[in-house]
Design a protein around this ligand. Sequence first.
Ligand code: SF4
Length: 80
Amino acid sequence: MTCEKLAACPFYNDKMTVESGIGSIYKKRYCEGNNLICARHKVSVEIGKEFVPENLYPNMLERAEEIIKEHKENNTNKTN
Ligand code: SF4
């Protein structure tokens, strides 16, 4: 399924530096394939697109999970 964020996504629109070849592979795999395993998509839908780092690539799912966890921990601390 094509990602709904495609039109505005810096990765898909070649605004991020990507090794030649890898970019199109990732676009097929994530953007035009399965966006549910994309790190950028995950951060965006879970905590908001403003929290997606400029240098987060689709394959950095572990980093995405850390960002989400840190964000949730920070928010929990603020309310306590
Ligand atoms: S799958 Fe990820 S990288 Fe691709 S358009 Fe969606 S948010 Fe951007």
